[in-house]
Write a protein that binds this ligand. Structure first.
Ligand code: UD1
Ligand code: CA
Length: 470
């Protein structure tokens, strides 16, 4: 079996009217990535030397999104100005593949569940057949809407007929065209030139290349389960595809050594990385570019987005992390909120109802309860008492709070930024700190305590004497 160079064309021009959306269909997210991410990514993983996305509806947005997802990859874009049919859409990619010789994989931007293994199987069938075209077919008990596969007496494929052009007899066929092909480049461009819109829809049907291929050599087919080739036409189908993909992602993590206490309620986006011996509780959601180390526990109901958690850390239930970096062996939560720019070094404790933002806590520091740390540089082994607040905002600008190492901040203190507290300093509980505190100093800014012996008892008697009879 000879293997050739591979290129791919991904059709992304459609509007997706049934999505009832201002957003192009292929940009709707599925487990954290736009639909079109999936076919592009699969083509690249097969070693495609060039992937051309054919865009049309909201072409600029689709181009921007895919470019940011694949900045280093051989991905280019071709515009199909008018939706004149699938054949016209593929022809739009020709210029971007000038000079390319080899196998051209044709994929749809709205068909996200095809696996690399299936596409590999399609390529193998293409190479084995030494033909010019291989395609995916499916068995559908209800084939309505799909193109039907026409076969000759020896079982060989002779063509595809679209639903709207089919006779009653052809409509009864249950083998359908999934719309996924591999074609020899030279054959493909020649075949596309010969398409005409002489059909019920007045379109240039890509499917008409199948009869042309049948005329010059055998057309190879592989039969694939319809759950893999299913597209997305509306939001109900998007939800169905998401369920399949979610179960697939969860299973892959289970198999690689991650415990999911309740897979049915666990949402892990495509691309999230999780180390072995990590446990996720029920209702945990891991989104975007999240990376969890080994031996980590993420407690029930926690939601992590674009965040990193180091080995051996424990994120207790109902914590929310967004663009946060948690080092190894940290304790976070329950009910902690780590906002963008949070960085916890090794062994940091951030407890319940603690909110952090643009805050760096060095190793061993503890902020165990009810605290806001925003725009803060905090040294190692500090103790931040309950109710501590960094007053980082003056109504116009944000300011930095800087703490050295081994600082003790007493409970219910306010640190009015910009302010610095030196190494080993001690801030007494209930202080409002507006001036820098030198290393090893004590700062105390509350009013001295006054005690009046017997005052409370005397007051009660006075009040009782004034009480009216009712
Ligand atoms: C197509 C096939 C049909 C197959 C079905 C599988 C043709 C003529 N028919 O039908 O045999 O069973 O897919 O789903 O190919 N697109 C463009 N530009 C266009 C037209 C379409 O980019 O001018 C894109 C669409 O956005 C979509 C894909 O190509 O992603 C398929 O187009 P669609 O019109 O849905 O084809 P079907 O009628 O479903
Ligand atoms: Ca379709």
């Amino acid at each position: 079996m000879t293997t050739q160079a591979i290129a791919a064309v991904v059709l992304c021009a459609g509007k997706g009217t049934r999505m009832k959306s201002d957003r192009a269909k292929v940009l709707h997210p599925l487990l954290g990535r736009p639909l079109a991410y999936y076919p592009v990514s699969r083509a690249l993983s097969l070693g495609a030397q060039s992937v051309v996305a054919v865009v049309g509806h909201q072409g600029a947005e689709v181009t921007r999104s895919l470019t940011s997802l694949f900045p280093q990859e051989p991905l280019s874009f071709a515009t199909q100005a008018q939706q004149r049919g699938t054949g016209d859409a593929v022809a739009a990619a020709r210029g971007a593949l000038t000079g390319f010789q080899g196998a051209v994989l044709i994929l749809y931007g709205d068909v996200p569940l095809l696996t690399s293994e299936t596409l590999k199987r399609l390529l193998d069938a293409f190479h084995a057949s030494k033909g010019v075209l291989a395609m995916i077919t499916c068995r559908q008990s209800n084939p309505t809407g799909y193109g039907r596969i026409l076969r000759g007496p020896a079982g060989q494929v002779t063509g595809v007929v679209e639903e709207k052009d089919a006779t009653a007899q052809q409509k009864a066929l249950t083998e359908i065209n999934a719309g996924i092909y591999v074609a020899d480049a030279r054959f493909l461009w020649g075949a596309l030139e010969k398409l005409t819109p002489q059909n019920a829809q007045g379109e240039l049907y890509l499917t008409d290349i199948v009869a042309q291929a049948a005329g010059v050599g055998a057309v190879a087919t592989i039969d694939v389960d319809a759950t893999e080739t299913a597209g997305v036409n509306d939001r109900a189908e998007l939800a169905e595809r998401a369920e399949v993909l979610r179960a697939r992602i969860n299973l892959a993590h289970l198999r690689s050594g991650v415990t999911l206490l309740h897979p049915a309620s666990t949402f892990i986006d495509e691309g999230v990385e999780i180390g072995p011996e990590t446990t996720l509780g029920p209702n945990v959601s891991l989104h975007g570019a999240t990376n969890i180390g080994a031996g980590v526990t993420i407690g029930q109901g926690s939601v992590l987005t674009n965040s990193t958690v180091g080995d051996g850390s424990d994120v207790k239930p109902y914590s929310v992390l967004d663009e946060a970096v948690v080092g190894p062996r940290c304790h976070v939560g329950p009910f902690a909120r780590l906002r963008p720019g949070t960085r916890l070094d090794e062994g940091v404790h951030v407890g319940n109802f603690v909110e952090t933002k643009k805050a760096h806590l060095r190793h061993g520091t503890k902020a165990s309860h009810l605290t806001y740390l925003g725009d803060a540089e905090i040294g190692s082994n500090c103790n931040i008492g309950a109710g501590t607040i960094t007053c980082n905002y003056d109504g116009v600008n944000k300011h930095l709070t800087t703490l050295g190492n081994d600082v003790f901040i007493g409970s219910d203190s306010q640190l009015v930024a910009p302010v610095t507290v030196g190494d080993g300093a001690f801030v007494a509980a209930g202080s409002t700190i507006t001036e820098d505190v030198p290393a090893q100093a004590l700062a105390m800014s509350r009013a001295p305590q006054v005690v009046k012996e017997g005052w409370a008892e005397r007051r009660r008697k006075v009040l009782a004497g004034l009480k009216k009879d009712t």
